[in-house]
Design a protein around this ligand. Structure first.
Ligand code: SF4
Length: 338
């Protein structure tokens, strides 16, 4: 596979995707993009990346910001622990590293929210370290190149070892971009475009019918499904009552409407006793279900609505909502249909 990196880099020089974080070697911007891109597509991330840079042009400004402001800007990107870690990481870089990102893999790995993949990507792209990035795109390309029969996740070690042997000594950052582009645009999950592939002559799966069956995967168990209820209480002005979630666990520190019965019947998220009593004695109107998929389970919430003339504490205008997870944006949208 001597020519692999050369062929890929030649192709990259002419066809690299024009992504906003490709115009820089600034570790702050590279880090921001890599955190946002975890489990999220380029198309979704791009406007968020630009919006974050507008609000926080430097890591110092991000570190100084209030967490709620960061969570508000993050709304819609999901996996909110990334936003909390982003904020924590910025504060540590400012306090411990004089607002300059460290360059070694060991130091990068010690920062909140930075795992092996992200450390390798920042190292290669921002600092030209000789590190190897292995994300889902790279796993797909390598498993097809060598027709690795062992299923993921057990084959991770073998895939990483092969990926390391292919990584060139020079142009590590460009190479990282090139192999990720190959996976994202040519060696795609369902229909690899072998006729447009710059490394087809080196690939054991090129033009084969089963190329798309790599990487082999152990069949996942069907995720469990839960059913619960969400209570939307509106006051006279059309403002909605919201409560803040706990500072740990799923969707921590975000806001929500009161809800209960998921993942099990005993689980109630009616945090304010007065509001819980109000819900118990009031007759709500059901306006239908919303469905939401989390990483490990599926949820259906019956959305119930109540409009009251009584004044409520902690209500928010719909044009000034605090940071809400997508789940509760869906709930409120459903309630407004009523
Ligand atoms: S030849 Fe086909 S299967 Fe092999 S890396 Fe290229 S696109 Fe993927």
């Amino acid at each position: 596979m001597e020519n692999f990196a050369n062929k890929l880099l030649q192709h990259y020089d002419q066809h690299a995707r024009a992504l906003p974080w490709r115009l820089t070697c600034d570790p702050y911007k590279i880090w921001l993009s890599e955190i946002m891109l975890q489990q999220t597509t380029v198309a979704t991330v791009t406007p968020y990346f630009l919006k974050f840079l507008e609000h926080f042009p430097t890591i110092t400004e991000l570190a100084k910001a209030d967490l709620q402001e960061v969570l508000t800007l993050w709304q819609g990107l999901g996996y909110y622990s990334r936003a909390r870690n982003l904020h924590k990481c910025a504060q540590v870089v400012v306090s411990d590293y004089d607002a300059t990102f460290p360059s070694t893999e060991k130091e990068l790995l010690s920062l909140s929210g930075i795992g092996p993949y992200t450390a390798a990507a920042i190292g290669a792209i921002a600092f030209e370290n000789h590190t190897t990035v292995v994300d889902g795109n790279v796993e797909r390309v390598i498993s097809r190149l060598y027709r690795i029969e062992e299923p993921l996740p057990n084959s991770k070690k073998a895939i990483t070892a092969k990926a390391k042997t292919l990584t060139p000594q020079k142009r590590s950052g460009d190479y990282a971009g090139a192999i990720m582009d190959l996976g994202a645009t040519i060696c795609t999950p369902k229909k690899p475009n072998c006729s447009g592939c710059p490394v087809a002559d080196l690939c054991k799966s090129a033009f084969t019918e089963d190329a798309s069956t790599f990487p082999r995967k152990i069949k996942k168990k069907k995720p469990p499904s839960y059913q619960g209820t969400a209570y939307c209480i509106f006051d006279k002005q059309g403002k909605i009552y919201l409560q803040k979630r706990a500072d740990k666990g799923l969707m921590a520190e975000l806001w929500e409407v009161p809800n209960e019965n998921w993942p099990d019947k005993e689980n109630t998220n009616l945090t304010d006793k007065k509001v819980a009593a109000f819900i118990k004695k009031s007759v709500f109107e059901s306006c239908g279900d919303i469905k939401h998929t989390f990483t490990h389970f599926k949820l259906t919430l019956d959305v119930q609505v109540y409009k009251t003339d009584k004044p409520l504490e902690q209500t928010f205008g719909l044009d000034a909502l605090p940071p809400l997870p997508t789940l509760f944006h869906k709930v409120i949208a459903k309630a407004l249909e009523a």
